[in-house]
Write a protein of this length. Structure first.
Length: 662
């Protein structure tokens, strides 16, 4: 079933065949079947003429005295019919015309044969020979696919000719006339009935096919709609992750097969969490919709596609010819979003509108054999853009330390570090300088590559935080410290460094509680060191998590105080148990200015009522200085170097006779 019938039906304003008017359906049926009827009538008439001419043989056998005349009549009728047929087909005549020619040919063929045949003296032969007149009647009703009315008219004319001829030839033989008349009448009735049923069945088949085609088209439309929905992000209306992945694979296959370069550009809305928390989720959704809309409107004329890659991150895929084109496209993206002038006054970086960070990579001979490589490169470039102040663009550069291949190797190693024992803890003692006792040990993470090459924390911790591996590593470190140190009584307390990413993750406090329960360790034996490297303002989730941890009895220490930009904010917003003063303040402590700075810091912390721990004690002179300043807790190489649990040996230090204060 072609779509022509459905198109004609839909043109009437009907969407379903069952509720269309009968006259409309009949007209569509005739229009739809017209080409097939023309073809069927043409082929049928050629066959009929061939058979008609073939019966010339029987003329010579049964009525030889008039055979020449009947054969001439056959030839004239047959050839004339074929000429008229082909001329009509050449003139693109419709089915009605061709079927009319076929019907006329049936009547003419019978009539022009019968007239000379009636002149024969072979009366017995012609009496039987005339029975073949039913062939013309069956041809009208069964052989050709005539409409019912045309078939009845044609067969009725044939029947009339037969009955008249019989009455003329055998007027004194009523038995013959009645017998053959009834036979012909029966053939007429039965063949007409069959023709009527066949035409009805053909029409019903057409209606069923029309309904099936209609349902198929509707199913196709629903399929297209569902496909569009399945490939569209429900919020922003741009492509979703599924559609992006498919387009990305197509681009990649084209690059592999034909060398058609393309760029993958990751776009992240800056400080979106602050925006979402302050203005509300509805405003956050509106922000994402506006960003998606401006990206789509801006990039569509450039034949670039936009998709939502997750959360506040979008991805742009575009055919490119080189680095300059990628950079230009990135700048168009960045400036388009900034041009929205969407207010975001909760930022603390000097901007007051919504902006985006953009990281990009594009296919190059050295891109690598895997599709994931280009996305990883774009992600690393995006991380570099964020690290460089946001609202900027970065193209992947393998020489950039923030996006280098070494970091990618580290990221891959981090994913298997725990399972393959590539990470372990070492412990450095924290001593009470007044009593000489070990008050606690600090748990420090160490890692090596698969080939055994050691990595410093400065190398793998930033990568772990960027990739999210710090979440699993952090929980592993807490469990390890509880198991190796606290559960075995090696030290009365252990501290573990915890990043802001861990504190922001949902369920962190609950996971720590589970570890404490499983290792049978009291929360009061555990301390978490938080680096003074993030801004506490607006970090309600961090403060909430710290409060939950403190409810478990865990001590919260502020690490590296004095080296970050938000130390005073931390002291103002949260009551820490202990503050660790960074080792850098010991360097100038023997000079008046340096000592005055250190004393000011100590005085500030003491006024807050907090314990003080100074790290970086590497000489006896440092210990003496602590005695002079009245510092109780210290940590450093002089007191003990970091060592694996089986090698922990804490160097004895002289007790301080007295301490003037805390």
């Amino acid at each position: 079933m072609s779509h022509a019938a459905l198109n004609a039906l839909e043109a009437t304003g009907k969407t379903c065949p069952t509720n269309a008017p009968a006259a409309t359906l009949r007209q569509i049926y005739r229009t739809h079947t017209d080409p097939n009827r023309v073809q069927a009538a043409r082929q049928g008439l050629w066959v009929a003429v061939f058979v008609y001419m073939l019966f010339a043989i029987s003329d010579y056998i049964l009525i030889p005295d008039v055979a020449n005349t009947t054969i001439l009549a056959r030839c004239v009728v047959g050839l004339t019919t074929l000429v008229v047929l082909e001329v009509s087909c050449w003139a693109k005549a419709g089915a009605r015309v061709i079927e009319g020619i076929s019907a006329a040919a049936l009547v003419a063929g019978y009539l022009f044969w019968l007239l000379p045949a009636m002149q024969t003296e072979a009366t017995e032969s012609i009496r039987l020979y005339m029975i073949f007149g039913t062939i013309f009647m069956m041809g009208a009703n069964l052989f050709f696919i005539f409409p019912f009315v045309l078939s009845v008219i044609t067969s009725m004319i044939v029947l009339t000719i037969l009955l008249v001829s019989m009455g003329v030839m055998y007027p004194g033989e009523p038995a013959y006339l009645i017998t053959f008349g009834l036979f012909y009448m029966s053939c007429f009735i039965f063949t007409s009935y069959v023709n009527w049923k066949l035409n009805g069945e053909r029409y019903n088949v057409f209606l069923n096919a029309l309904e099936a085609a209609h349902q198929h088209r509707e199913a196709e439309k629903r399929g297209v709609a569902l496909e569009r929905l399945s490939n569209t992000d429900y919020l922003t209306g741009v492509e979703n992750r599924r559609a992006v992945d498919k387009r990305l694979r197509d681009f990649w296959n084209d690059w592999q097969a034909n060398g058609s370069s393309f760029a993958a550009i990751l776009v992240d809305v800056d400080f979106f969490k602050k925006y979402n928390d302050f203005y509300g989720h509805q405003a956050g959704d509106r922000c994402l919709i506006l960003v998606a809309s401006v990206l789509n409107d801006t990039l569509k004329p450039l034949n670039a596609s936009v998709g939502r890659y997750g959360g506040e991150e979008f991805i742009v895929l575009s055919r490119v010819t080189g680095r300059d084109q990628v950079m230009a496209l990135c700048e168009i993206i960045r400036s388009a979003v900034e041009g929205l002038h969407l207010v975001h006054d909760q930022r603390r970086d000097g901007q007051a509108v919504v902006t985006v960070s953009v990281g990009a990579s594009y296919t190059r001979p050295q891109t690598g054999p895997k599709l994931e490589r280009i996305i990883n490169e774009a992600d690393r470039a995006l991380y570099s853009a964020k690290a460089n102040g946001r609202n900027c663009i970065r193209l992947f550069n393998p020489n950039d330390p923030l996006t280098s291949d070494d970091n990618e190797n580290i990221a891959a190693t981090l994913r298997m570090a725990i399972k393959n024992d590539l990470v372990h803890l070492v412990y450095q003692p924290i001593k009470n300088l007044r009593t000489g006792r070990v008050e606690a040990v600090e748990s420090l993470m160490r890692m090596k590559m698969i080939d055994g090459t050691p990595l410093s924390p400065a190398q793998f911790i930033p990568v772990a935080e960027r990739t999210g591996a710090i979440l699993d590593l952090g929980l592993w470190a807490i469990r390890q410290a509880c198991t190796e140190v606290l559960a075995t009584g090696v030290a009365p307390m252990a501290s573990v460094n915890v990043s802001a990413i861990q504190l922001k993750s949902r369920g962190f406090a609950l996971a720590v509680s589970t570890i404490l329960e499983e290792t049978q360790v009291s929360g009061s034996q555990l301390a978490f060191e938080i680096t003074e490297g993030i801004d506490m303002e607006g970090q309600s989730d961090v403060i909430r998590c710290i409060t939950d941890l403190q409810a478990l009895g865990i001590r919260i220490w502020l690490d590296d105080f004095g080296t970050g930009f938000a130390g005073l904010s931390w002291l103002r917003l949260f009551p820490f148990d202990t503050v660790k003063i960074d080792r850098s303040f010991l360097q100038d402590a023997r000079r008046p200015a340096g000592r005055a700075m250190l004393e000011d810091i100590i005085r500030l912390i003491r006024n807050r009522g907090l314990k003080i721990l100074i790290e970086g004690l590497e000489t006896a002179d440092h210990v003496d200085l602590m005695h002079e300043l009245g510092i109780e807790l210290g940590q450093g190489y002089y007191l003990g170097r970091p060592a694996p649990i089986e090698d922990v040996r804490i160097k004895a230090v002289p007790r301080l006779a007295s301490v003037a204060g805390r």
